[in-house]
Design a protein around this ligand. Structure first.
Ligand code: ATP
Ligand code: MG
Length: 556
C-alpha cells in the first residue's frame, strides 16, 4: 500500500494509543468477523479497512474469522467470495483463516462451565412463552419456571440436547443473568439452541449451535483479540459480551468498541435485502455493477485504492450518518483521472466522410495515453477517410455555445486533423446518418496557417478499423436517497439503472483491454472491460463513473 495513504486519526486509535502507552497491551490484535451469509458490501469495506488498517499501522495482527453460527443461512460460496474480496482490497489476514465453528468444542465446554456454576439452565418454555416472559422495554420480565432446576438436571438436559434427544424448539440453554435488567439482552439470553442442520464446516457433528452473542466474545478471547471493533447496534450487547467473558475461565479479556455503520445514499446495505434483489432477479447477481457489493464495484472498474481512500475520507465516529454517493465517486474519479489510460469510443455512432482524403489511405497516428503523465506512453490509432463520430457532436446549425461540428465550421478531431463540415445525409425520420467534411492536411498536431483556430475537439474512430462493443451505462439503483426507509423498496427502484448500448464503436487498441482495468473514454467517462461477459467478437464495457459529478444536482 502506498505511503501517501496517511494515517487517519479517530477515537479508536486514541484508545489504542492510550492502551499501548499505559502498557495494557504490548501489541494489538483485531479481527474482521463476517457471517458467510452473503457477499460483502461497501459497509464491510469500511470495517475491513478499519480493522486491517489498525493492525497494519500499529504493527499488530488482524484475523479473518467467519462467524458461522447459522448453518442454514450460510454457504461455502460466501466463504470463498469474502476471502477474495478481502485480498482484493489489499489486505492479508494473520495466519490461517479462523471459523467460530473451530471453537464449537471449547464453546460447549464453556457452556457446561456456566451450568456447573449455576449460571445457565435449560429452559423448556416455547417460543411464545419465552417472548411473553421476557417483558418489554417498559415492563420487566419474569423468571422462567426452569430457572432454578438443579445443576445435575441441567447437565443431563444439555447433554440430551447435544445428543439429539430433543426436537428443535423443544428447549434451549439460557444464561441466568437478570430478567429485570433494563438491557433486554441481559434477560436470560439464549446461548444454545437445537438445529438439526448440516454445517458447511462441521458437517453433521452438531445439532446444537451457540448463539452469536455467546460465540463472538469467546472467539475474540480465544484468539487473543485486544480490540474488538464492531458497529453501534451492538452497544447494548457489550454488557452480555463482558458478562460471558467475566464468567468463564479464560485468560484474555478482549474489549468491544463500537462505531457507526456506513450508510450510503441511493442504495441498500442490508445483506438480507441485497439477497432479495439477487433472488428476485432484480439485478444480475451479487456482482451486478449496480450493487453496493465489493465484487460489484470491482466489476464496475473501481480500484482497491479508491475504496480504501473512501473509507479514510468518511472516517470513524459514533455518529449515525449517511454518505452522499458523490463522495465515493470522487474517490474513483480522482484515481482514474491520474491513472487510467485514455482511449476513444463512439457510443452513438454516425459516419463522418472526409471527401478530400485519399480513398485507400490509412495513417497510423501516434497519440498519448495520458495528457500529462508521459510515463503512460503512446499508442497507435488508425485514421482513414471514413470515421465514426458521436451523433450528438454534429448539428447542421448551432449557436456559438456549441463547440462541435457544424456545417461550414471547423472542429479538431482529437489527436488528428482539423475538418470542416460541408453537408449531411438523413434517413426518412430526419436523423443524420452521414456527415461529409473536408480536412486540412497541414493541421496534424498544429493550428491552420490561416490564423483560424477550431473551437472544439471531438473524438472519433476509424470506421474500417473500429471494434464493435456493447457499453453498459449504470445509474443509481433507487430513485430516493434512503430506500431502506421505504415500506417496500420495490416501489422506488430506478427503471433506468441500466442502459445497454449494443452497437458502440471503439478504437482497435482496446482489443488488448484487460478485464476490470479502466480507461477514460475521451469526453465520455471511465469504463472498464467486463470481467464476466467476455464474448467472441464483442467487447463489453461497463461505465465506472462519468467525468463530472452529476449527483450534486440530483435532489436539489
Ligand atoms: P446484516 O446485513 O445481515 O445485518 P452484517 O452487515 O452485520 O449483517 P456481518 O457479516 O455480521 O454482516 O458483518 C461483519 C462485520 O462488518 C461486522 O463487524 C459488522 O459490524 C461490520 N459491518 C457490517 N455492515 C457495516 C456497515 N454498513 N458499516 C460498517 N461496518 C459494517
Ligand atoms: Mg452482523
Amino acid at each position: 500500500m502506498s505511503d501517501t495513504e496517511n494515517r487517519p486519526t479517530n477515537f479508536i486509535r486514541q484508545i489504542i494509543d492510550a492502551d499501548l502507552a499505559s502498557g495494557k497491551h504490548e501489541s494489538i490484535q483485531t479481527r474482521f468477523p463476517p457471517e458467510p451469509n452473503g457477499y460483502l458490501h461497501i459497509g464491510h469495506a469500511k470495517s475491513i479497512c478499519l480493522n486491517f488498517g489498525l493492525a497494519q499501522d500499529y504493527n499488530g495482527l488482524c484475523n479473518l474469522r467467519f462467524d458461522d453460527t447459522n448453518p442454514e443461512k450460510e454457504d461455502i460460496n460466501y466463504v470463498n467470495s469474502i476471502q477474495k474480496d478481502v485480498k482484493w482490497l489489499g489486505f492479508e489476514w494473520a495466519g490461517d483463516i479462523h471459523y467460530s465453528s473451530d471453537y464449537f468444542d471449547q464453546l460447549h465446554g464453556f457452556a457446561v462451565e456456566l451450568i456447573e456454576k449455576g449460571l445457565a439452565y435449560v429452559c423448556f418454555l416455547n417460543g411464545e412463552e419465552t417472548r411473553e416472559y421476557r417483558g418489554t422495554l417498559n415492563k420487566p420480565g419474569k423468571n422462567s419456571p426452569y430457572r432454578d432446576t438443579t445443576v445435575e438436571e441441567n447437565l443431563t438436559h444439555f447433554a440430551k440436547m447435544k445428543n439429539g434427544d430433543y426436537p428443535e424448539g423443544k428447549c434451549s440453554l439460557r444464561a441466568k443473568i437478570d430478567m429485570t435488567s433494563s438491557f433486554m439482552c441481559l434477560r436470560d439470553p439464549i446461548i444454545y439452541r437445537i438445529k438439526f442442520a448440516e454445517h458447511h464446516q462441521t458437517g453433521d457433528k452438531w445439532c446444537i449451535y451457540p448463539m452469536y452473542d455467546f460465540t463472538h466474545c469467546l472467539s475474540d478471547a480465544i484468539e487473543g483479540i485486544t480490540h474488538s471493533v464492531c458497529t453501534l447496534e451492538f452497544q447494548d450487547n457489550r454488557r452480555l459480551y463482558d458478562w460471558v467473558i467475566d464468567n468463564v475461565s479464560i485468560e484474555t479479556k478482549p474489549h468491544q468498541y463500537e462505531f457507526s455503520r456506513l450508510n450510503l445514499e441511493y442504495t441498500l446495505m442490508s445483506k438480507r435485502k441485497l439477497l432479495n434483489l439477487v433472488e428476485e432477479n432484480l439485478v444480475n447477481g451479487w456482482d451486478d455493477p449496480r450493487m453496493p457489493t465489493i465484487s460489484a464495484f470491482r466489476r464496475r472498474g473501481y480500484t482497491p485504492a479508491s475504496l480504501r481512500e473512501f473509507s479514510k475520507r468518511i472516517g470513524v465516529t459514533k455518529m449515525e450518518n449517511t454518505i452522499e454517493m458523490g463522495v465515493l465517486e470522487a474517490c474513483i474519479r480522482e484515481d482514474l483521472n491520474d491513472n487510467a489510460p485514455r482511449a476513444m469510443a463512439v457510443l452513438d455512432p454516425i459516419k463522418l466522410v472526409i471527401e478530400n482524403y485519399p480513398q485507400d489511405q490509412t495513417e497510423q497516428l501516434t497519440v498519448k495515453n495520458h495528457p500529462s503523465d508521459e510515463e503512460q506512453g503512446t499508442r497507435i490509432v488508425p485514421f482513414s477517410r471514413e470515421l465514426y463520430i458521436e451523433a450528438e457532436d454534429f448539428r447542421e446549425e448551432a449557436n456559438k455555445k456549441y463547440k462541435r461540428l457544424v456545417i461550414d465550421k471547423a472542429v479538431r478531431l482529437r489527436g488528428a486533423y482539423v475538418v470542416t463540415a460541408t453537408r449531411c445525409d438523413k434517413d426518412t425520420d430526419g436523423k443524420v446518418t452521414t456527415v461529409y467534411c473536408n480536412y486540412n492536411s497541414e493541421t496534424l498536431g498544429k493550428n491552420p496557417t490561416d490564423g483560424t483556430k477550431p473551437k472544439g475537439v471531438i473524438h472519433w474512430v476509424s470506421a474500417a478499423d473500429a471494434l464493435d462493443a456493447e457499453v453498459r451505462l449504470y445509474d443509481r439503483l433507487f430513485t430516493v436517497p434512503n430506500p431502506a426507509a421505504e415500506e417496500d423498496f420495490h416501489t422506488v427502484m430506478n427503471p433506468e439503472s441500466l442502459i445497454v448500448i449494443e452497437n458502440a464503436k471503439v478504437e482497435p487498441s482496446l482489443v488488448d483491454a484487460k478485464p476490470e482495468a479502466a480507461f477514460q473514454f475521451e469526453r465520455q467517462g471511465y469504463f472498464c472491460l467486463d470481467n464476466k461477459d467476455l464474448r467472441e467478437g464483442k467487447l463489453v464495457f461497463n461505465r465506472t463513473v462519468g467525468l463530472r459529478d452529476t449527483w450534486a444536482k440530483i435532489g436539489k
